[in-house]
Design a protein around this ligand. Structure first.
Ligand code: NAD
Length: 352
């Protein structure tokens, strides 16, 4: 066994079906009495219904959460917190809503309860990405980490199948990179392998029937494990590339993860053979990179950056940006090799 450092995350996790019923008790457990319920405009109805159901424990709702946590939206939410005298937030939704809750917590110190309805995994991390004037910056701080997460399988039944599969592949990406993380450890390794197994097993069942409760439960369990990996250890090339493609070229978050993951895995296959073998074992395939590509394809998920709207002419600049600053990765990050990787991902070729 190699030497390692392991930090247990303090977030309280409640998992199951119908667990949203635990929310009033969880607000009181934190010693809070006036929750502001957060959501995107799309989930406004859910947020308002939840605030109404909370009765006296709710201060109100705020439904302007948006992708990549724009600072102007956060400022408006903080103003609402102050105007209503809220003493905690309840974020109901995907990574965008969780991001808003984190941004509010960072500025106000308020406790956060998160009720995730996608598989992005942000609820298990102390990381916040924010945008201002088109620029995305990322911060890591314990004040950002949610106090309580309530996973309620019932709330994921409405997640459209297209979003289900891309969000699920996004989750798998966290676990793949955790397996070769520079600061990895045996506990996170176990969680990563089990997270990939649970998610990869659930996604084909969900692509066939989004209402399959057992598969929804497995996928949400996988998302928790994969999100925990993301919050615990350093991500590498794959996340960096997705950050560049999302931040500098406006590509959609989960879809980009879905396309890039097989190629980033192939890039690292020789430099991290044990980790990549564990990915293959969790997928039940012989070859991890090819297996990830086949999984995405079989799910009807995007497999080419071209299909996401990236221009071929942008590939050089994307490679420049991704290689510009060094960061930990099993195989050294070299501009020309990254350009080749991006070219393959742009075309959507099955990695070999
Ligand atoms: P999202 O939160 O933007 O959700 C996409 C859309 O789906 C929204 O309109 C949302 O309201 C809707 N939706 C969510 N759940 C639904 C459900 N069950 N039924 C119907 N509609 C539903 O998408 P996402 O992929 O969850 O999150 C992406 C964002 O999260 C990005 O900004 C990304 O950077 C961030 N993120 C951050 C971290 C972190 O650790 N900081 C981790 C992962 C993702």
């Amino acid at each position: 066994m190699d030497a390692f450092v392991y930090n247990a995350a303090p977030t309280r996790v409640i998992f199951g079906s119908g667990t949203l019923a635990a929310l009033p008790g969880e607000i009181e457990r934190l010693g809070r009495r006036r929750a502001l319920v957060l959501s995107t405009p799309h989930q406004r109805g859910e947020a308002e219904a939840l605030a109404a159901a909370l009765g006296g424990l709710a201060a109100g709702s705020f439904s302007e959460a948006a992708m990549h946590t724009p600072v102007a939206v956060t400022a408006a939410a903080v103003e609402r917190v102050r105007a209503l005298g809220a003493d905690c937030t309840v974020a109901v939704g995907g990574g965008s809503t969780t991001g808003l809750g984190k941004a509010v917590a960072l500025r106000t110190g308020l406790d956060q309860i998160v009720v995730p309805t996608t598989y992005a995994g942000s609820e298990m991390t102390p990381i916040l990405g924010q945008t201002e004037d088109g620029l995305k910056t990322t911060e890591r701080a314990e004040a950002i980490r949610p106090e309580t997460v309530i996973y309620d399988v019932d709330l994921t039944l409405s997640l459209p199948v297209a979003l289900t599969v891309t969000s699920g592949m996004n989750a798998i990406a966290h676990a793949v990179e955790a397996l070769y993380a520079r600061d990895g450890n045996p506990v996170i390794g176990l969680m990563a392998e089990e997270g990939i197994r649970a998610m990869a097993g659930a996604l084909p069942r969900l692509a066939a029937d989004g209402g399959d409760r057992a598969a929804r439960s497995d996928a949400l369990y996988g998302a928790w494990l994969c999100g925990t990996c993301l919050g615990a250890v350093e991500m590498a090339l794959h996340h960096k590339l997705c950050h560049v493609l999302g931040g500098s070229f406006g590509l959609p978050h989960a879809e980009t993860h879905c396309v890039v993951l097989p190629h980033a895995t192939a890039y690292n296959a020789e430099a991290a053979p044990d980790a990549v073998a564990r990915v293959a074992r969790a997928l039940g395939t012989r070859d991890a990179a090819g297996g990830l590509h086949d999984l995405a394809r079989g799910l009807g998920a995007p497999t080419a950056l071209a299909a996401l709207g990236l221009r071929e002419a942008d590939l050089d600049r994307a490679a420049e940006i991704a290689a510009a600053r060094p960061y930990p990765n099993p195989r050294p990050v070299a501009r020309d090799a990254i350009r080749r990787l991006l070219g393959e991902a742009w075309q959507g070729r099955r990695p070999i």
